[in-house]
Ligand binder design. Structure first.
Ligand SMILES: [Cu+2]
Length: 145
């Protein structure tokens, strides 16, 4: 009985150790009046920066959906599934790549291409935490000048 209890605690500890989304700039669900130049994501644990994937894509969403982060997340899910592991998709993305140079970091910064159009955007990733676990997640922000 005791053994099972401790095994449970160990599993819980491992689950909590994933590099999970903590916060970001722009924030998840934010509406911005000025076009951002970067996206900064803070994770609960350090990630292997170059062994992780980070992308920002425009989200095809009607302007009347821009105010609903629930609807935007619902629209973003199939896009994330389609494109997160795509290669050679730089022209479809609005990010210009990761600028964080550290091998491992709790904070990852992406630069955005200039000339961002008004609309909804999905920041998505599949990160590899330093604990060896991967985590796939995304958030949406809206640029509405
Ligand atoms: Cu983990």
């Amino acid at each position: 009985m005791k053994k099972v209890f401790f095994a449970g605690l160990v599993l819980l500890g491992m689950a909590l150790a994933h590099a999970e989304y903590r916060s970001s700039t722009p924030a998840s669900g934010a509406t911005l009046k000025a076009a951002p130049k970067t996206v900064v994501i803070h994770f609960s644990e350090a990630v292997e920066v170059r062994l992780s994937t980070f992308k920002v894509y425009p989200l095809q969403a009607p302007p009347e959906a821009w105010g609903s982060s629930t609807r935007l997340r619902w629209l973003a899910q199939p896009l994330v599934r389609q494109v997160l592991s795509l290669r050679g998709d730089a022209s479809r993305r609005v990010d210009a790549g990761v600028t964080t140079t550290a091998r491992t970091s709790k904070t990852v910064t992406l630069s955005l291409k200039p000339g961002l159009q008004p609309g909804a955007y999905v920041v998505m990733w599949k990160n590899l935490g330093v604990d060896g676990h991967t985590e796939t997640d995304f958030f949406v922000f809206v640029y509405k000048p």
